[in-house]
Write a protein that binds this ligand. Structure first.
Ligand code: GLV
Ligand code: GLV
Length: 324
């Protein structure tokens, strides 16, 4: 019979219809995560998994997946996958780069402005009835226009953020394993070491993938290098930052504030210090969350899946070693 594709979360209907032409689709139209047993039951019958990054596909899940040939992430990041284990088992994995680049850059830049100009705090102030009139020192923030932006991790999204920063006439530093000479020339960027970037930037923006190399890369030492009036913006993965160190830095005012779309543990649980810190803007991991982009991501993942199931090499293969 046809291969079985398990989709444990809500995706646009057109994605399900498209995959139904090449597979028997076990589709769960669910916003919430399935119970673990329900999820593993679906996995045990699946040739392909079409998932968001909230589903962790590591050893314990793979042990329950005897037929699995394809794991197609509806995300650009793939730290939810154990790529080594997948490769060892001959299971192809894919992600969805490109389609979310501009959308995520919009959110990252919006988060930067929101933190600098205290937009969520000001909104809360008005709506909670505290606004009693114009005050000379009300909600004073920090200028974005003309400030120095340091982008840590200069991939597609980092580059899209740098293009936005140009419109604000920002000085842009970037730190990346490789130099990107084309962007240096076209956008007037300056390549910097992490330490130089941290010392000079008014806004330090993290856009690196989460890997063993980037895990916890921003800790006390790094935060202590930042300017006292600088902001940390994280639109990549929470694990890149040592959160205890960040809480200390914010509490002891080593830095002015932070804008965070991602956290070490998501969701934030009741009582988490960030929930009561005025100088932290928190978002619920919504970098790619627009209707158009989520639809494009789901379809891109589905096309990757269809290629793999037909025995053709998918465009966004993460582990080429499985393809012989
Ligand atoms: C979402 O965080 C993604 O990696 O696409
Ligand atoms: C994502 O598209 C990245 O490479 O940063």
């Amino acid at each position: 019979g046809k291969p079985v594709v398990f989709i444990p979360s809500r995706v646009p209907e057109e994605t399900v219809q498209y995959l139904s032409t090449v597979a028997d689709v076990d589709y769960r139209d669910e916003e919430e995560m399935l119970d673990e047993e329900d999820f593993l039951e679906g996995v045990s019958r699946a040739d392909g998994l079409l998932i968001y990054s909230r589903n962790k596909i590591k050893h314990d899940v793979l042990e329950r997946a005897p037929k699995l040939k394809a794991v197609c992430n509806i995300a650009v990041g793939y730290d939810n996958l154990d790529l080594e284990d997948l490769t060892r088992r001959g299971i192809a994995a894919t992600n969805t780069p490109d389609v979310l680049t501009e959308t995520t850059a919009d959110l990252a830049f919006g988060l930067l402005i929101a933190a600098a100009r205290r937009i969520p705090e000001a909104d809360h102030y008005v709506k909670s009835g505290q606004w009693s009139g114009w005050l000379p020192s009300l909600m004073l923030g920090k200028d974005v226009y003309g400030a120095t932006l340091g982008i840590v991790g200069y991939g597609r999204i980092g580059s899209a953020i740098a293009r936005r920063a140009r419109g604000f006439e920002m000085k842009v530093l970037y730190c990346n394993p490789e130099r990107i000479l084309g962007d240096e020339q076209q956008l007037g960027l300056e390549y910097a070491s992490l330490d130089v970037l941290l010392r000079r930037s008014d806004f330090v923006l993290l856009q690196v993938p989460l890997t063993p190399r980037t895990w916890g890369m921003i800790g006390e030492r790094e935060l202590a290098l930042m300017k006292k009036d600088a902001f940390l913006i994280n639109s990549s993965r929470g694990g890149v930052v040592n959160e205890d160190a960040l809480i200390k830095a914010l509490t002891e005012q080593w830095i002015a504030g932070a804008g965070l779309d991602v956290f070490a543990q998501e969701p934030l649980l009741a009582g988490h210090p960030f929930l009561t810190m005025k100088n932290v803007v928190t978002l619920p991991h919504i970098g790619s969350a627009t209707r158009e982009t989520r639809a494009a991501m789901a379809m891109k993942a589905a096309v990757n899946m269809a290629f793999i199931l037909r025995g053709e090499r998918p465009a966004n293969l993460l582990n080429p070693a499985v393809w012989k």
